[in-house]
Design a binder for this molecule. Structure first.
Ligand code: NAP
Ligand code: F7E
Length: 352
């Protein structure tokens, strides 16, 4: 039987790497789009990528969703059965600094792919997955959020992704395209980018324990997130494209925790005793209550720092994934505690 072809924009990212593994295990021929960078940055997929001269089911192509001619040519040459758009400037904090670039990538990038499909795939055979996000709900009321909740994004990233959400729906309705949104809540893993909170906290605290740094500086500790495991969330992405109709699905765990809960859990798992205090300006800091590793009793190990607060914040995210369970038979299994343990174990091995 002819292998199915998948084209993955964003294959070098956290989700791209897990999705590539999943698709290869399902015997797909996987085409992955990597950007030109001054340093090679394929570390997340090196273990599955073999030299292209060897017989391999993973083929890497240079590309960028800000370049329409490139996007068009790739889709025209490959003629994939399924296209996953995971490419994005995905850091919410950074989007306040790089607002226009974020829109070019996270909004118009999606439009470029959809336009290319519309022109090339006249028989409407290709399926398109858009990596949408819980950030489109912003601070809208009525939690937990489901597919019918109101959208009120509060960052350049959130508004850019909302544009893509609607464009995906509009192309589905206007041109009868199989185009679906996965509205994914936060998902982490040992492969998570180091400037997202889970990985930043874990790496920072391990480095303090090992004496590589003294203190970890953070922003808002009060915000709450619904954190799942990326490996399970890419399974939902694939299932969304296997469903009989194009549709939009919330993918979440239904449980949320604050950033402070996350910090407390990591400290506890690393057996660091601590006490939270507040300075005169109201910023919180944590001091160690025991000598452990390279940490000395009374050392300030965590401190809030103004530069890590965002101009606007999403305070509390939690998702209702019942539609995905009903129609896709998808359900998260990995709990927050186990996710964090897996990430800690992995970084304890990485950081010497
Ligand atoms: P990630 O690790 O930041 O990966 C993003 C990927 O997009 C990387 O491969 C990156 O390439 C690529 N990329 C960035 N700009 C690009 C451009 N202009 N052209 C082509 N590729 C580009 O993000 P992730 O956590 O895997 O998330 C995957 C997708 O899901 C993103 O769209 C993200 O916004 C969305 N999402 C993520 C979460 C989450 O909690 N992880 C939740 C909801 C939605 P480089 O490696 O070269 O940077
Ligand atoms: O922040 C707070 C920060 O950057 C989580 C992306 O994958 O999920 C992700 O977006 C929370 C926020 O993720 C620091 O203010 C405090 O409240 O890990 P994060 P995010 O912004 O929720 C959504 C669903 C996506 O779609 C995105 O692509 O933690 N926080 N102090 C901090 N965050 C960071 N990064 N760094 C800090 O120092």
């Amino acid at each position: 039987m002819k292998k199915k072809k998948a084209l993955v924009f964003g294959i070098t990212g956290q989700d791209g790497s897990y999705l590539a593994e999943l698709l290869l295990n399902k015997n797909y021929l996987v085409y992955g789009v990597k950007r030109r960078t001054s340093l090679i940055h394929t570390t997340r997929i090196d273990h599955i990528y073999k030299d292209f001269h060897l017989k391999t089911n993973l083929i890497l192509k240079y590309g960028d969703v800000t370049d329409f001619s490139n996007v068009f040519r790739l889709i025209n040459e490959i003629k994939p059965d399924e296209i996953y758009n995971l490419a994005a400037q995905s850091n919410v904090g950074v989007s306040f600094e790089l607002a226009e670039y974020t829109a070019q990538t996270d909004s118009i990038g999606t439009l470029r792919i959809l336009e290319a499909i519309r022109i090339i795939d006249t028989k409407r055979k290709m399926k398109f997955y858009q990596a949408s996000t819980s950030e489109i709900f912003g601070n809208s009321p009525d939690k937990p959020y489901n597919e019918k909740s109101k959208f009120e994004p509060v960052s350049p990233y959130g508004t850019a992704k909302l544009y893509s959400y609607w464009t995906t729906r509009n192309y589905r309705d206007a041109y009868s395209m199989f185009a679906s949104n996965g509205i994914l809540f936060n998902h982490e893993s040992p492969r998570r980018g180091e400037n997202f909170i889970s990985r930043k906290v874990i790496i920072g605290i391990i480095k303090i324990l090992k004496g590589h740094q003294k203190c970890l500086y953070l922003g808002n500790l009060k915000s709450k997130r619904d954190w799942g495991h990326a490996k399970e969330f890419v399974d939902a992405q694939w299932k969304i494209l296997q469903y009989k109709f194009p549709d939009d699905f919330v993918i979440a765990t239904g449980k949320n925790y604050s950033v402070k809960d996350l910090v407390n859990l990591v400290l506890k798992k690393l057996k660091i005793k601590f006490l939270w205090k507040k300075d005169k300006k109201g910023y919180e800091y944590a001091i160690a209550k025991n000598d452990i590793g390279q940490i000395k009793k009374s050392q300030i190990i965590i401190k809030q720092e103004k530069i890590y607060f965002r101009p606007n914040e999403v305070h509390n995210l939690v998702g209702d994934y019942r539609k995905a369970t009903k129609l896709l038979k998808w359900k998260p299994k990995i709990k927050f505690d186990r996710l964090i343990s897996e990430m800690i174990d992995s970084d304890l091995k990485n950081i010497i």
